[in-house]
Design a protein around this ligand. Structure first.
Ligand SMILES: Cc1cc2nc3c(=O)[nH]c(=O)nc-3n(C[C@H](O)[C@H](O)[C@H](O)COP(=O)(O)OP(=O)(O)OC[C@H]3O[C@@H](n4cnc5c(N)ncnc54)[C@H](O)[C@@H]3O)c2cc1C
Length: 402
């Protein structure tokens, strides 16, 4: 294959970067390869589909920069294309006196990110969501919503095809060989390579000499699906104090059909795609994850050690039910028996600071660009984030290299 631009990965990032490139460089050929037999087989098609409003992220982050705009654009996108959108909103609650001060912090962050968040009394909160357990005050985010991520992604893929992007599925990038790329379906000559490979993006970036300070710590998220009918809850519910850590705390998330989920249960996976048990066992990746955990233990990476120790907490079901009962009334274990299919975030560890990388990372030059650490809320951010990646590419090409 010969192409001007080669995008690796048909997730929300790869598809939208490819479409933007084709629109910007109309005469250039743009091809997307993906190792799977269709788009969205990993994070982008499996996530819980929450449209994040953007009040949780530090103002100077790429997440904050793209989340509000991404939420607006994706909501409009769903309405224009007649894709399902549940404008359920989100209640951020205080459960005790300590959490009242967390509400102030969340409100300040929302203000600096320009995100709408209304302060409501406990009585008003109950009118919005009768089952929420609210101590004195809460915040209501009217723009938090829910979509069907796979349906959205398939539409985005159609949009990219319609402007001339070519998709090649079942074709896995294997390695770089000089100026050529070796893939399972043969050699590829690409003028410019854009790496949007999600859980595998760090490995590919390192072959091009980028992202060398990062290592992958794949983090598995699992949610309990409720058998309660749609309408059992009216909004997403989150506790204010749970918004400041490295991981999201337990929350109640509504699907596009209004069906509630409770989670996430968060723990490291032993290899990048360890969705179920020993399926797809990758001994080399497993030894890398174990080595990373051990080396961080000796180098003082407390946050990472804590993350690794989450594997040994046991009794996930009862822990989630207990956490859910602190958010809302009437959470019965009988209604939350089944696990939704798990999802794995491409979480990077910074080996220089010994910390989990909080923000998205984009690195590249005049030959290749690498989109790394696309953790939540990269789906919400997808449209403006993809435009930003294309601007970075255009700048590097215009400046003739570095
Ligand atoms: C539990 C969970 C819930 C989430 N919920 C939300 C949410 O509610 N809202 C939100 O905004 N975000 C959410 N996210 C985050 C969001 O899903 C991801 O950030 C986003 O989908 C990442 O997109 P991506 O395109 O970077 O990666 P992916 O969707 O993983 O795409 C990468 C693609 O690259 C392909 N690939 C990999 N290696 C190769 C190779 N060697 N050759 C060819 N192809 C390759 C893969 O097959 C894959 O299709 C959630 C994440 C998790 C874990």
């Amino acid at each position: 294959m010969k192409t001007d631009f080669l995008v690796i990965g048909a997730g929300v990032m790869g598809i939208n970067v490819a479409r933007e490139l084709k629109q910007r460089f109309a005469d250039a050929s743009v091809a997307v390869i993906d190792k799977e037999n269709g788009c969205g087989r990993h994070s982008s098609g499996r996530n819980v589909g929450m449209l994040d409003a953007g009040f949780s992220w530090p103002a100077d982050s790429l997440k904050a920069r793209f989340c509000k705009e991404g939420n607006e654009q994706l909501s409009r996108y769903c309405e224009d294309r007649k894709l399902a959108l549940n404008r359920c909103g989100e209640l951020v609650i205080a459960r005790d006196d300590d959490e009242l001060s967390s509400l102030d912090g969340v409100q300040r962050r929302a203000e600096s990110n320009g995100v709408e968040l209304e302060t409501v009394t406990a009585r008003e909160a109950k009118e919005i969501e009768p089952r929420a357990r609210v101590h004195e005050q809460a915040l209501f985010s009217p723009t938090s919503a829910a979509v069907d991520p796979l349906a959205v992604l398939q539409q985005m893929e159609q949009d990219a095809r319609s402007v001339g992007v070519k998709f090649h599925y079942g074709n896995s990038y294997l390695r770089k060989a000089g100026d050529e790329l070796i893939a399972t379906r043969g050699t590829i000559q690409a003028g410019y390579v854009v790496n949007c490979a999600g859980l595998h993006a760090d490995r590919i970036a390192q072959e091009f000499g980028f992202g060398t300070r990062y290592r992958m710590l794949p983090i598995k998220h699992s949610y309990l699906e409720s058998s309660e009918p749609p309408g059992a809850f009216r909004t997403h519910i989150t506790a204010a104090s749970e918004l400041s850590g490295s991981y999201p705390g337990v929350r109640i998330v509504l699907g596009v059909d209004g069906r509630p989920r409770l989670g996430p249960e968060v723990k490291p996976a032993l290899w990048r795609e360890q969705y179920h048990g020993a399926e797809g066992f990758q001994p080399f990746e497993m030894s890398g994850v174990v080595k990373l955990g051990l080396s961080q233990m000796f180098q003082g990476g407390k946050e990472i050690c804590r993350a690794c120790l989450q594997r040994f907490r046991g009794k996930a079901h009862s822990r989630l039910i207990a956490a859910g009962s602190r958010l809302a009334e009437g959470i019965s274990p009988n209604d939350y028996r089944d696990w939704a299919r798990p999802e794995i975030q491409p979480q990077l560890v910074d080996t220089e600071t010994h910390r989990l990388v909080a923000d998205f990372v984009v690195e590249g030059d005049g030959k290749s660009m690498h989109v790394l650490n696309t953790v939540s809320p990269a789906f919400t951010c997808g449209l403006p984030f993809a435009r930003y990646v294309c601007e970075q590419i255009a700048d590097r090409i215009d400046s003739g290299g570095d």
